[in-house]
Design a protein around this ligand. Structure first.
Ligand code: C5P
Length: 302
């Protein structure tokens, strides 16, 4: 028997990074937003735990041992319930790898839902959500999807109700960026500006106007409010991102931002037609670009 589940990639419409904490994480205030690029997980009963990856991306560098987030997700369910069987977890990857769009977190969220059903372990969504937070800061949001305020290290969610649709173009990079390296670079940039600046950064907050723009579906207002504190750090590690952002903004985008810790860039567009045109223009320049919609639902099981 096989069980399927899917979960969305995300970007952060607003990512405010507060001080570096003693535990190595940073306090965040972030506006998570799920986009129509989904990871699909198929789990099948097997004597032991294993995983494999396939899809249009180069998946050859993804580790398939116990450290992989889908393996950790399954192990966490086994630990929480005492279940002793195994499973094979096959992931169809569509979200850029090491791209700042929470692809690994989406894999883990979908795996939690699919394994719970395959094994008949009966954990509630609330129980799966608290396991999700132990797997990574972005995993709870991949589970809930839509739009949400994330605080703490990003795992404490306040879901926001909105029904408008936004159009974006995602532009992928050939090289990934390591999330811890981008946070470290931000700390270094803050220290260079003010000694002690990494630990004394002020507490961030998502502006109320951003939630208003989301609710009324106003892309022009939203474009003025999107912000990412990690953007300068990501650009300092991959300077060509600045050219990509400028090019998109010069060719019809209302606004371009680095997605999360990058290097995927997201361009907010006025409508679907403009999004298709910009994606075509990037593709004609040899870039991998995709028009997407937002927001979309979190974990889904057919
Ligand atoms: O929680 P997750 O495993 O996704 O975090 C990966 C890394 O990103 C952390 O080890 C940390 O270096 C950085 N991070 C952070 N503050 C956060 C979230 C992540 O510094 N709130």
């Amino acid at each position: 028997m096989s069980v399927f589940a899917s979960a969305p990639g995300k970007f952060n419409l607003f990512l405010g990074v507060g001080p570096l904490r003693a535990d190595g994480f940073h306090d965040l205030a972030t506006a998570f937003h799920a986009v129509s690029l989904r990871e699909t997980v198929t789990v099948t009963a097997a004597p032991t735990l294993s995983c494999s990856f396939a899809g249009p991306l180069d998946v050859s560098d993804i580790p398939v041992g116990p450290s992989n987030l889908v393996m950790r997700a399954a192990q966490a369910i086994a630990d929480a319930t005492g279940y002793s069987g195994g499973a094979h977890i096959a992931v169809d990857k569509q979200v850029p790898i090491a791209g700042g769009m929470g692809g690994g977190s989406a894999d883990a969220a979908a795996a939690l839902a699919a394994i719970n059903e395959l094994w008949g372990t009966g954990l509630t969504d609330a129980e799966l959500l608290s396991i999700a937070a132990t797997l990574g800061s972005d995993v709870p949001f991949a589970f809930t999807g839509g739009s949400a305020l994330g605080v703490g290290r990003g795992d404490e969610l306040h879901v926001v109700t909105d029904s408008a649709v936004f159009h974006w173009v995602l532009v992928m990079s050939d090289r990934g960026l390591s999330t811890p390296a981008v946070y470290r670079r931000l700390d270094d940039l803050r220290e260079a500006r003010t000694p002690g600046g990494a630990t004394t950064a002020s507490a961030p907050a998502v502006p109320d106007e951003l939630w208003d723009a989301l609710r009324v579906g106003d892309p022009v207002r939203l474009a003025e409010l999107v912000h990412n504190d990690l953007q300068a750090a990501a650009i300092s590690l991959q300077p060509e991102l600045a050219d990509t952002l400028a090019w998109g903004e010069g060719h019809g985008a209302l606004r371009g931002i680095v997605s999360g810790s990058g290097p995927t860039t997201a361009f907010l567009m006025a409508d679907a037609e403009q999004a298709a045109a910009l994606a075509d223009a990037f593709t004609a320049r040899g870039r991998r670009a995709l028009p997407v919609l937002s927001p979309v639902l979190g974990v889904r099981q057919p």
